[in-house]
Design a protein around this ligand. Structure first.
Ligand code: C5P
Length: 226
């Protein structure tokens, strides 16, 4: 069959990463977490003490970054020049700074170029890929065979993130998480309007769905059952 790109966008806490990974496994496709690439640039700048407000220095760091990212849905190891940063990019200091890096247009141009390369390689070598992020349906792969925007109410996203981060609901932690999500969404939406579907992009509201139901809904869309 001909190669397949499934582009999935959505805000943090929408569950798009785990869903995308499950869909990729089910269809035997590659998987690309583009957010991890922005996180890798942010991690590197923090590690190398690159001044995040110095646009040109950050852009240069992105262009020079020896980033190795796997498109195997079962191996999401991320390396920078041999150093395994898979868990380091999930640390709070990275999460709280990543939007600053992502608003740098030269960083976006560089990562977009790499993402298109990775997608094209996966189409040749794996039969296709599920690529997820904030601007995949609109900018990185607007010509993807399937384009889906995964949304969820703020309450649903907060509940998912809290469980993910601290396995439950301590009131203070939930509040801190709420602040983080709201702040990151606000910052991120200045670069890409990922809260609303562009023309031709299917919206999937997952507020009332559990994980398996979301995966099933995406698969049904891809298989043309809906
Ligand atoms: O998906 P995740 O929350 O890991 O993404 C981390 C950050 O990377 C986002 O908050 C956003 O700033 C940036 N991002 C982006 N464009 C993408 C994917 C992620 O700007 N396609």
């Amino acid at each position: 069959s001909s190669p397949l790109t499934i582009a999935i966008d959505g805000p943090s806490g929408s569950g798009k990463s785990s869903v995308s990974k499950a869909v990729a496994r089910e269809l035997g496709l590659g998987y690309l977490d583009t957010g991890a690439m922005y996180r890798a640039v942010a991690w590197h700048c923090l590690d190398q003490e690159v001044d995040l407000t110095d646009q040109e220095a950050v852009a240069q760091a992105a262009r020079d970054l020896p980033l190795e990212i796997s498109t195997d849905p079962d191996d999401q190891t991320l390396r920078v020049g041999g150093t395994d940063i898979t868990s380091a990019i999930r640390e709070t200091r990275v999460t709280s700074q990543v939007s600053t890096v992502a608003t740098n247009l030269d960083v976006r141009a560089e990562l977009r170029r790499r993402q298109r390369e990775i997608i094209s390689e996966a189409r040749d070598e794996r039969g296709g890929i599920v690529a997820e992020g904030r601007d995949i349906t609109t900018v990185v792969a607007p010509d993807a065979e399937h384009r889906i925007l995964v949304t969820a109410s703020e309450e649903a996203r907060l509940a998912r993130r809290s469980t993910e981060l601290h396995g439950g609901a301590d009131a203070d932690q939930v509040e801190a998480t709420r602040d983080q999500i709201v702040r990151r969404d606000r910052q991120d939406s200045t670069v890409s309007a990922f809260m609303e579907a562009a023309d031709g992009v299917v919206t999937l509201d997952t507020s009332e769905l559990d994980f398996d139901q979301v995966v099933a809904a995406v698969l049904a869309l891809v298989r043309g059952e809906v």
